[in-house]
Design a protein around this ligand. Sequence first.
Ligand code: NAP
Length: 336
Amino acid sequence: MRAVRLESIGSMAIHMVEKPNAGPGEVVVRVLAAGICGSDRHMYKGEYPTAIPVTLGHEFCGLVEEVGEGVSSFVGGELVTVDPNIACGTCPACRRGRPNLCANLKAIGVTRDGGFAEYVAVPCGQAFTLPSDLDPVHGAFCEPLACCIHAIDRAKIRPGESVAILGGGVIGLLMVQLARLAGADQIILITRQLSRREAALRLGATQAIDPTATDVVAAVRDLTDGGVDVVIECAGVPETLQTGVQMVRRGGAFILFGVTPAGLAVPVLPFDLLVNEVDIRPAYLNPFTHSRAAAMVASGILELDSLVTKAIGLEEVAEVVGGVPLPGEIKVIVRP
Ligand code: NAP
């Protein structure tokens, strides 16, 4: 079968490899749609730890093709979404109910072969059934959505609150929709590209700001009477970390979601964080949220089609992951 492999930092290519078999407790999924994520680009550049060589692709949806020994939850033919993050269940973090902080975390498409391939073998407990008539492209959104749901849980948005979201990629545009569903009264999306600001306004943002055209901290403070209740940082760049913590109201929450390169330091002003009691809450991965994401996607409550800006075959994956995002690009979907 064909698979797109990360061979070393900065080197990715399509290869013919053995089709995987379903081991005990596993299912083999025929991949119908897989999303390219900002994290894939981080892995390609060596900014996020991964096993090498490995087939990337951790946001995917497909049909159960083969069922391994001891699997009773699938018979074959089901449309499934896969939670890529495999916690050990026995380390101190897992035993405290924090599987996303598992000391032995493995991840499909990161530390074991993933979905930029025709087939992928996964532990059956990672697969969640979707309605058979669901568009598999929508199914590919379950993984990023599950991470966003965890961030929204951490944000504890209450009806009537104000939320600022920095970064208008697919994550920021999913957060806009989730903040609206959580009852936020004011949702401010901050991103540089006009097309994304327009998309955010269509998806439920009440205001959209270009951070290059104005003093964004002053603008948000003006719009929110001194500061926003919740900031969700979804860009992962030093500038948005620095401006984001400054636009939180006194006693408000800053949700750290964007991935900055490992080892990168960002200066902050601890005095300001202290006297304003800015509540900094990182949100990492998708603990216990994948089934909720699958249910939301299945319900059709989210607008996903307009987030897909390109569909490609496996042959083009290396070029897209290794390149810079094109202007206007939101989500690229791979159809193996
Ligand atoms: P993305 O497509 O790269 O979107 C991030 C966007 O932020 C950029 O495209 C850019 O859009 C915007 N941006 C960059 N600099 C900015 C600035 N100075 N001010 C405002 N906006 C700026 O990535 P994504 O897929 O949406 O993911 C967002 C982040 O979440 C990534 O870092 C990803 O790795 C991370 N992530 C985290 C988790 C988790 O569990 N915590 C899970 C999934 C993804 P413009 O060009 O419009 O400014």
